[in-house]
Ligand binder design. Sequence first.
Ligand code: PAF
Length: 286
Amino acid sequence: MQIVHTIADLRAALATALAGRGRPAFVPTMGNLHEGHLSLIRLVRQHGEVTVASIFVNRLQFLPHEDFDSYPRTWEADCAKLQAEGCDILFAPREADLYPEPQTFKIQPDPALADILEGEFRPGFFTGVCTVVMKLFQAVFATTGGGTAVFGKKDYQQLMVIRRMVQQFALPVDIVAGETARAEGASGGLALSSRNGYLSEAQREQAIALSRALKTLAEAARQGGNLAVLEAQAMQALRAQGWEPDYLTVRQRGNLLPPADATTGELVALGAARLGGTRLIDNLEF
Ligand code: PAF
């Protein structure tokens, strides 16, 4: 695996590896890689000739009170995992490589999609995500005529926002969605996330309550009844177990708007809640 830090070195490495044939398959990450990321690597490599992963903890998508400084950075372990998965190129820009000057031009995503749910509780989050993803796409795909990038369904709204950005800017990037990887054993079913590392052993076992609450909400929604009432009940049930929920809600897939009728159609239940100091998100398509 070749490790590069600058955009120029990345493009040179891609030119050599592709040798004029095929396109790259790309997985952007913020590092602290777990099985969820590795499953995305395995998925995306089927969609391109050269597999590229990036590791960059993107300051722009963190609010001032959030965990940018303490976000887990596990460089050696991440490199070993990517190497073992057969990743061809690791792009690990330093902050000055990606943001050589203050990033005053930003991607402003559609507020109808980006200012709800995560965007409501983390204002500016999707501006930060879209801006860095646009920069990463430029770095990886500008000289290769495009390619494929994978995003996990665990960050469901992020996947929708990126899809819409790619569509509106007609970017030559095919977006592939990866299924959420889940823990086995005592915390079985817990969606894998770098932030799970903040949980104690006891909290990890408790954390499965979020995905259970989404399943219960989805089943109740399918039976009919007032959705707002069902959502409030789901939040109350989580609160009773010591959580602080931001939202538990049923939405239409794709546009993430509330459905007129939840008994039918392609829907998704999404939730975000804090357990101790740790904010977790999860979702369930139904
Ligand atoms: O999902 C993530 O890890 C990040 O939001 C991403 C897409 C790598 C952008 O920083």
